[in-house]
Structure formats: C-alpha cells, structure tokens
Design a protein around this ligand. Structure first.
Ligand code: F6P
Length: 349
C-alpha cells in the first residue's frame, strides 16, 4: 500500500490526537505517505472550494507535538450525507483520485458503519474506537473514556467538598449518550450514593426515598450521579403537576433535566438544598490520561501495520488488557453487558 489517510469523526475524544501522532509515526517508519482528512467524512465530499480545506499531508514533525493535546487537530464532524450511498461513492472516488488506498477512521459506531460502507467500495479501512462513551461492546475501552471519567471524578470530588461545607445534596449529570458507564465508574470512584443510568429503569419517588434515608443518617451532601441518558429509563412522572403544585413554575411539555430533577428532589426531601451541575463538554476537552495515550499509541501502530499488510475491514479494540482487532461487522454486532452488580452495589439494592 502506498498512501494512507486518517480522519476523526463524531464527537471528539481525548486521545484522538495521540492516535494521529502514532499513525504518522508508524506510517513514516513503513514508508507510507499519510494524508489527514478534515472534519470527518465531510473532508471527502468535495464541498470545499479548496482541497487544502479538506486535506493535509501529515508529516511526523507536524503532528509530533499534538499527541498530548485535547481536541482533534484534524477537526471532526458528524456527516449526515454518509447515510446516502451516492455521497459514499463521491467519498470513495475522492480517495481513489488522491491515490489513498487505505483509511484509518477514528470514531464511534456511526463512523465504523461509514468505514464498513467504504470497504464495500474497495477502500481498505481500519477503525479505532474514539469516543468517550465506552459504548462499543467489542472493546474493553474506547479512546477518551478513561480521560472523561477522570474529569468527572475530579469534578465530583470538588462538588462533594463544597456540598459538604453547605450540607447540600448534589445532582451531577455526566455524558455517555445511551451508555451509563461514565456515570457508574464516576459514582464508584467518588463514593457517590446514588447512580442513575439508561440501562436500568428507575422511579423518581424511589430516588427521593433513598436520598431522604441518606439525609436522615446525617449524610447531608449525598451525591446523585445521573447519566445524560437516564431520563429515557425513568418511569413516567408528572413533573408539570408536581412542580407547579409545589411552588415551582414549570411549563407543559418541558423535558426533564438535571436542574428540574434537583428541584423535584428538593421538594420531595423536605426542602434540602439540592443543587445540580451538568459537566457537559469538560469531559471531552481534557488532555488524555496515560491510559488513553498508551492505547492510542498501540492502536495507531496496529492500524498502520494492518493496512501495510493489506488487511482491511477491521476495528481495533482492547481485550483482556491487550490491543487486538476484529472485523467491523462482528464488532458492531457485539452485545453490551451493563455491570448491573456494580450498579446495585452503589445504590445499595
Ligand atoms: O458521543 C460523545 C458525546 O459526547 C455523547 O456523550 C453526547 O451525548 C454527545 O457526544 C454530544 O454530542 P454533541 O457534541 O453533538 O453535542
């Protein structure tokens, strides 16, 4: 294989730059020119007026310094056009025109579907799991998850400190889309008292009971970690009627949020000063931890080696602590297993 490309796609995740650096390092070692494609699959769609907006030749000395930087040097995007076979054909033609024979795609499951389609069009693709969500079951870790959890743990520790000073229970919302792993690991690592995740159905009244029990025991700064997707597993609750009848203005049809949930807890827990914090994008913008950087390095190396050896249609992951690869198809079909025993342990169920 002569020339290869790399792109980052979907939500950015700490470690993406480290992976690009590793790819550049090993592409250079194996004598394969490397092209960085900008803004995910968008960079292949020829919508820009200049090719320099879409692509850049990546030399090792350009990217050597980016390895520990947060964000992604190549920029990223979610590319809706890639759902359309006609646009995928445009992308494959662009790669052929540029004589790029192999492509490393760093992203989540949506990005891997895109890579699988490109493979069918004759482009050699290898995926590296870049997402903070840890929602790809074929791998024990995704790139950025460890960093995101560490950001959450540091933030929750700080929140618990001020919560203790003020005797305030806390609701802290973390990311993860439909996956509760960030929430669960954060709860365990911080000794938080309650965790709510999309994988397990829950009732507002039960959570209030548990919080009341904590307060009654003297734990006036109990913390509820909520995964952003936990609202989808909440049993129906009439927030509109409850809040309006408890002196808090609420609009019909308003969606529940961490802030609203804290208001509900306050009113169900004897006016305890429950406060909410949404950690949001802080989880995505941190410098990668050593664990994420090391995974990025090994995954980057393996991706280049596979392309060099003509192996395609694979994704890289971690299994029993070792970096490995398997077919995109098998990886995308792997079933997720949520750690229910750990969840029960946190929630004292
Ligand atoms: O997939 C990573 C992630 O950060 C999710 O945890 C979150 O739901 C989503 O991306 C947010 O996406 P956006 O950057 O489009 O707001």
């Amino acid at each position: 294989m002569k020339k290869i490309g790399v792109l980052t796609s979907g939500g950015d995740s700490p470690g993406m730059n480290a992976a690009v650096m590793a790819i550049a390092k090993f592409a250079s070692r194996y004598g394969m020119p490397l092209v960085g494609i900008k803004r995910g699959y968008n960079g292949l769609l020829r919508k820009s007026t200049s090719i320099y907006d879409d692509m850049e030749e990546l030399h090792l000395d350009t990217v050597l310094d980016i390895a520990d930087r947060p964000g992604t040097y190549l920029r990223t995007a979610r590319c809706m056009e890639f759902m359309d076979p006609a646009w995928r054909e445009v992308a494959a033609n662009t790669l052929r025109a540029m004589e790029i024979e192999g492509l490393v795609v760093i992203g989540g499951d949506g990005s891997f579907h895109g890579a699988e389609h490109l493979c069918k069009l004759g482009i050699h693709c290898i995926g590296i799991p870049g997402t903070i969500d840890n929602d790809l079951p074929y791998t024990e870790m995704t790139l950025g998850y460890d960093t995101a959890v560490n950001v959450c743990v540091n933030s929750v520790r700080a929140i618990r400190a001020t919560s203790r000073s003020h005797d305030r229970p806390a609701v802290v919302e973390v990311m993860g889309r439909h996956c509760g792993d960030i929430a669960l690991t954060t709860a365990v690592s911080t000794g938080s008292e309650i965790v709510l995740v999309p994988e397990v159905p829950w009732r507002v009244e039960d959570v209030a009971n548990r919080l009341n029990q904590q307060i009654a025991k003297g734990n006036t700064r109990a913390t509820i970690i909520v995964a952003e997707g936990c609202w989808e597993s909440m049993e129906p609750f009439d927030m509109f009627t409850f809040l309006n009848s408890h002196g808090k203005k609420c609009y019909e049809g308003e969606p529940i949020s961490a802030m609203r949930f804290a208001s509900i807890m306050k009113r169900m827990c004897n006016n305890a000063e429950v406060r909410a914090t949404v950690l949001g994008y802080t989880q995505r913008g941190a410098e990668p931890t050593a664990r994420d950087s090391a995974f990025a390095y090994e995954a980057g190396h393996l991706a280049v080696r596979l392309l060099r050896d003509g192996i395609s249609n694979q994704v890289i992951g971690m299994k029993e602590g070792k970096v490995y690869y398997r077919s995109i198809d098998e990886a995308l079909q792997a079933k997720r297993e949520f750690n229910r025993p750990l969840y029960d342990l946190v929630n004292h169920l």
